[in-house]
Design a protein around this ligand. Sequence first.
Ligand code: URP
Ligand code: ZN
Ligand code: ZN
Ligand code: ZN
Length: 463
Amino acid sequence: MTRTLITGGLVITAAEEMHADVLVENGRVEAVATPGSQQWTADRVIDASQKYVIPGGVDAHTHMELPFGGTFASDTFETGTKAAAWGGTTTIIDFAVQSKGAALRSGLDAWHAKADGNCAIDYAFHMIVSDVNDSTLKEMDGLVAEGVTSFKLFMAYPGVFYSDDGQILRAMQRAGDNGGLIMMHAENGIAIDVLVQQALARGETDPRYHGEVRKALLEAEATHRAIKLAQVAGAPLYVVHVSAQEALTELARARHDGLPVFGETCPQYLFLSTDNLAEPDFGGAKYVCSTPLRPREHQAALWRGLRTNDLQVVSTDHCPFCFSGQKELGRGDFSKIPNGMPGVENRMDLLHQAVIDGHISRRRWIEIACATPARMFGLYPKKGTIAPGCDADIVIYDPHAEQTISAATHHMNVDYSAYEGTQVTGRVETVLSRGELVITDREFTGHAGHGAYTPRGTCQYLH
Ligand code: URP
Ligand code: ZN
Ligand code: ZN
Ligand code: ZN
């Protein structure tokens, strides 16, 4: 077994920063020590001086190969996890999908069939529940026991993934009993569908109307309702892809009242806005996702929420569709544009830029991108930190390198970048996944099939 020594870097975890040498053996961190203090021998020495040594990113929200909007998300588990590695992410939690009328089990089996043997980094699953009924509720217990400990429900997308309030309440009650965590897509989809039809009837077909009909108030209303339902059920709640200031206000109020309510936002809501949705020549379609991008004013509230811990996690909601042939399905009708944006490769860099810009501290960067997502979804301390015994998922990060984000150089299987031309300071140099070099000095040295399915424990903020 290879022994790897990483010397002279600044090790950053959510808890501390220290100049230290890190010894890796048998895929795990063996020891962390003051630089030069130990006479360690190793087969491989990585010089990390002038660099950061950080835990691999944990992206708790991706959709590889998702069938959605009449097509499939364009990254496979292979292309998407390779791109994730390039961007310094070493674990993804993707969403297996229950088809209406089918069992959770068959959805989970189908997602294993897509992912197993194909991932370059480690992966785990949440379960999208699109049909809450007696047998699904029973199945949830078994899934929690085997390591699928979180369930996404939708207040949006009537006729597709939508659950009504009674179904949501029942699923929450079950999660309250079995230790599962309900993840909520909080938008009032019934009201939004009325506004969609009214907009189309007025001839408002451009991508920017996607942002206008999916109102911030309807995100806030659904967030409020989800919180109250969870309170009634006695269950914890994790609200995904929070984009509206008004929704964040609902979360903050619940948290200040001491409720076990958590919130995630995504880089697109922190860095992009309705200005992008208004780009000409149907260009706004590249930015169609739900919840939608908001006017720029919402960004300051989201950054504040990340600093005050009213928001705890930044995930990507990576769900790429090519502009050509996929986003184009919605020319002349914004409601037919497949919802979702690429970003799994960009998250760690964009959040490092946020450190440089003064929005968050270095340790908070690691907390929201690595440690907290691992804890939230029962993967800590195996994932999300650098300490003896944890998986050697480690990124050597050059905080001074300059790069320009572009589709011409990214590795995601999608024909545009949502951040095209954005200059960021900081770049991933080398990535280890369980001690194996996946990226070596900006060369891909990993392989599909290295990534292991990783069953999870329950949310670690509840006990
Ligand atoms: O637009 C999005 N977010 N697409 C992916 C599915 C979801 O709702 O997370
Ligand atoms: Zn969603
Ligand atoms: Zn999603
Ligand atoms: Zn391998």
